[in-house]
Write a protein that binds this ligand. Structure first.
Ligand code: EPZ
Length: 427
């Protein structure tokens, strides 16, 4: 795992060659938490070697799970036979947002759980009201004792219900699923999130023995089963559409020619269409999950709004902003998911980008080139945006990303170097 804090990039090299996408961070984290639902030894394949996975493993081990992560083979083995309830230190929960997902799994396994405000990227307030709404819909109670919030199921267990979300929250949908799996009777999650990582979780839970189906509009139906009916799984994690998009943008901004392997193409149509509309050459081999991107030296700006899936993903907003910084013309991006997710704007302007911001919309006027500078990445995707901007910029860019890049991208530097990037980890 690359834990480098800063990176030195000598920009200008077109990226050329092959890159393989790792497993999806936003699929594997909740799947690791979900393994607590079954007793025995589960195996996950295609697990990315990223900081957030190690944080989730640490959390599972705190509860007594025996976990082995073969980072070379990308395989995690989890034995939950000895799992017992305990209260983890807040520091373990505030390291990353996905820690909140342990709550639903513990509630199902032990009938009680807890949470302290989870951590994660500083991209907005990131409340957890919808998670609480899901638990309370199933009959749980919230007990507030100072800083610590506990959530307790009724003595005779959670009861299936209609759980209505006023926003299709990914994490709240995942927690609703983990809490509903063994609730008595039927649960209908209404206005559920439809991200690919949700369906990957549902498919894994089904392989565990859960009874889950879908209905319109955006409904996930869970028929509760006994926890003893749930069995350990042998599961392969979905490839990361966000990493795939990031490499496509890196190829595009450097005028390169890159083959992205293991790309989940069926989850990337909006991103791929946009690259084509810009004038880049996008060759898709959906059967083999391979996308070739030949970057055009001069490409057109586009405009878009970030939306829940299948719309344009908020997690590619900052990398797209970097790409638009060198487009021909003016593009606009409206961020509709988070209230503070333009953390790449200031550092990109330091590199010569022409970006203005008005409320939740940024307007970017393309420039011929960016200039290397010292910049800081303040969330996972802003860090990725600055890395690809540095790959294009003239001269040297030093990107300080703290722990953010390593949280979401496996071996970013090694993969970029293999594509011809002049990039090193600062000492
Ligand atoms: C997941 O976060 C992803 N993280 C995020 O990826 C991603 O940006 C997000 O989904 C949207 O796709 C993981 O899966 C670990 P949400 P999550 O609940 O579940 C509001 C990355 O870079 N909201 O769908 O936290 C919230 O404030 C990360 O990989 C409530 O109001 O996202 C936000 O504005 C960043 N109340 C919006 O919903 C709640 O109870 C979307 O949040 C929960 C959320």
């Amino acid at each position: 795992m690359n834990t480098g804090e800063s990176f030195i990039i000598n920009g200008g090299n077109p990226l050329v060659g092959d890159v393989r996408v790792s497993g999806a961070k936003n699929a594997v984290l909740v799947q690791l938490a979900a393994l607590l639902l079954a007793d025995g030894v589960s195996i996950l394949h295609n697990v990315p070697d990223i900081a957030d996975v190690h944080s989730m493993i640490e959390l599972l081990q705190f509860f007594g799970a025996q976990v082995v992560f073969d980072t070379q083979a990308h395989v995690v083995t989890v034995d939950t036979t000895q799992v017992a309830f305990a209260l983890p230190p807040a520091a373990m929960l505030t390291k990353f947002r996905a820690s909140i997902l342990i709550t639903g799994a513990l509630l199902t396994r032990f009938g009680a759980s807890f949470f302290t405000a989870p951590g994660g990227c500083p991209i907005g307030e990131r409340p957890i009201n919808l998670h609480m709404h899901a638990f309370k819909s199933l009959g749980a109670d919230e007990i507030i004792d100072g800083e610590r919030h506990s959530i307790v199921a009724p003595a005779d267990g959670l009861v299936g219900a209609l759980c209505i979300f006023d926003y299709p929250s990914v994490g709240a949908t995942e927690n609703a699923l983990l809490a509903a799996i063994c609730a008595k009777g039927r649960t209908a999650i209404y206005n559920a999130a439809l991200e690919p990582e949700i369906f990957d979780l549902v498919n894994m839970l089904r392989s565990m023995g859960a009874n889950i189906s879908y209905d319109v509009p955006a409904m996930i139906i869970v028929e509760g089963v006994e926890r003893t009916e749930l069995a350990p799984v042998n599961w392969t994690v979905l490839p990361d559409r966000l990493e795939a998009g990031t490499w496509l943008y890196a190829a595009a901004i450097t005028g390169g020619n890159v083959l992205v392997h293991d790309a989940p193409i069926e989850h990337m149509y909006v991103v791929l269409q946009q690259l084509d509309q810009m004038g880049h050459v996008v060759e898709i081999d959906e059967q083999n999950g391979v996308v070739r991107l030949k970057g055009s030296k001069k490409y057109s700006a586009v405009s878009c709004k970030t939306m829940p899936h299948p719309g344009f993903p908020t997690d590619l907003q900052s990398p797209l902003l970097a790409l638009l910084s060198c487009a021909q013309g003016v593009g606009k991006i409206t961020e509709t998911v988070y209230e503070n997710r333009f953390l790449a704007v200031e550092p990109l302007c330091t590199m010569g980008a022409q970006i203005t911001m008005c409320n939740s919309t940024v307007t970017v006027t393309g420039v011929d080139d960016l200039i290397g500078a010292e910049v800081e990445g303040k969330d996972i995707r802003a860090s990725a945006a600055l890395m690809i901007a540095g790959l294009r910029a003239q001269g040297i860019t030093r990107v300080s990303t703290g722990h953010h890049l390593a949280r979401g991208y496996e071996r970013f530097v090694e993969k970029a170097q293999a594509l011809g990037a002049d990039i090193t980890v600062a000492k």
